[in-house]
Design a binder for this molecule. Structure first.
Ligand code: ADP
Length: 399
């Protein structure tokens, strides 16, 4: 039994989960938020206890110390070296990583070189890694990439129809995201719902605040909806998803705003939020739609339409579909949003849903929503990105 840390470092937050491996038991989890502030927030969930304290958190180094010292104080560990490996989530691995890798100098330099493609994320992951490395210098650190699972895509699935020069010189192409989740969900799908079937065709819908859909053939990703950055693909809580580039050009020209301002708006003030004008939380938009507000109803219908479009596209890409998986914040918890999709795909794809069961499936429940005579099996599976990070950290760091 070994203790393995799974870490997700953002620019101002550090989320972690400590696992007992290979049992895959979660020992504790927590988050440090507002890194860089005097009133940072540290929360630790251990056994039945949930502690929350406000503490100054100058930087990521301080955040790491706070976390590890809390583990000592609670006797979750008796010394730092009980942590046998640390897995770090990395959003952008570019064309360099098709699997998790030991965090060595070469890995570090490649992640650093990709900062222009994911400025907020990759820079924060490196800061987080440095902070952990300083406190745990002899523990193996492993980088687990959101993009790795999508590296099996073929050129015609990932290339953009832009001048070749940009593709080659600036590494502009579709990389996708949420790969760790798509991998986890498709593995569970194959093993649990398709009896380990060899030639499987799965469409995975990771529908959270950020959302993406993936076509998985024989366990390998062949297409994914997110693009160069997480702004691409389906419409999301606050992101546009795919749009005509002229929309961007025109808004820029007519609003007089800067490039950066418009880009931020397309990422943070668009999607369900932008269309409804209500909120970037899908629950608020649903509540407004139930009151009959036109813009919220439109926002939800647009969302359902875009998700349905991608499912249709991937049905063709795969040449059929054995299993359709819903997961993440909305996919797991929002029957009304799933229904927006079902009503738009069921006739064409011969899907039959147990509507009562759909209504009752939320809050971390796993369920088969389709009826026996449905042409495609439809399931809800709660995702678990952290266990995948812990698995790879354990495999690479401890064996
Ligand atoms: P991310 O990791 O991208 O932040 P999540 O997968 O955690 O996204 O999903 C968060 C979103 O899921 C929320 O913004 C909200 O729209 C939706 N959501 C979360 N919990 C619920 C719930 N209980 N009921 C309905 N929707 C929910």
């Amino acid at each position: 039994m070994k203790k393995i840390m799974a870490v997700n470092c953002g620019s101002s937050s550090l989320k972690f989960k400590l696992f007992e491996m290979p049992e895959e038991q979660v020992i504790c989890s927590g988050i440090v938020e507002r890194i860089g502030h005097d009133d940072g927030i540290f929360q630790l969930k251990y056994k039945d206890k949930k502690d929350k304290v406000i503490v100054p958190v100058k930087d990521h180094g301080v955040a790491v110390k706070i976390v590890l010292d809390a583990l000592l104080k609670e006797h979750i560990i008796e010394s730092y070296d009980e942590i046998k490996a640390t897995g770090h989530r990395v959003v952008q691995g570019g064309p360099y990583f098709s699997k998790s890798e030991l965090f060595n100098e070469d890995t570090y330099n490649k992640i650093e070189s990709l900062i222009p493609l994911a400025p907020l994320h990759n820079a924060a992951h490196l800061t987080g890694y440095r902070a952990f490395k300083e406190v745990l210098p002899t523990t193996p650190h492993i980088a687990v990439f959101d993009t790795a699972f999508h590296q099996t895509m073929e050129e015609e699935d990932y290339a953009y129809a832009i001048p070749k020069e940009y593709t080659e010189k600036y590494l502009i192409r579709r990389y996708g995201a949420h790969g760790t989740s798509h991998k986890y969900l498709s593995e569970v799908g194959i093993n649990k719902y398709l009896d380990g079937k060899k030639d499987s065709k799965i469409i995975v819908c990771h529908l959270g605040s950020g959302a993406s859909i993936t076509a998985v053939k024989d366990g390998k990703c062949v297409a994914t909806s997110m693009g160069l950055t997480p702004c691409g693909g389906i419409m999301m809580n606050s992101r546009t998803g795919d749009i005509d580039p002229s929309v961007y050009y025109q808004v820029l020209k007519m609003s007089g705003k800067t490039n950066e301002e418009v880009f931020q708006e397309f990422n943070k003030a668009s999607g369900l939020y932008g269309v409804s004008g209500v909120s970037n939380d899908s629950r608020d938009v649903d509540a407004a739609a139930l009151k009959g507000e036109h813009d919220s109803i439109l926002a939800m219908n647009l969302w359902g339409r875009r998700v349905a479009d991608f499912i249709g596209q991937y049905f063709v890409r795969l040449g059929g579909c054995d299993l359709l998986i819903f997961s993440a914040g909305i996919g797991e918890n929002a029957p009304e949003y799933r229904e927006l999709v079902f009503t738009r795909i069921s006739e064409a794809l011969g899907i039959k849903i147990d509507e009562e069961l759909n209504k009752k499936t939320f809050g971390g429940k796993e369920a088969v929503l389709s009826l026996e005579d449905s042409k495609i099996k439809v399931v809800v599976i709660p995702t678990d990105e952290e266990v995948m990070i812990a698995r790879d950290a354990y495999e690479i760091g401890c064996k």
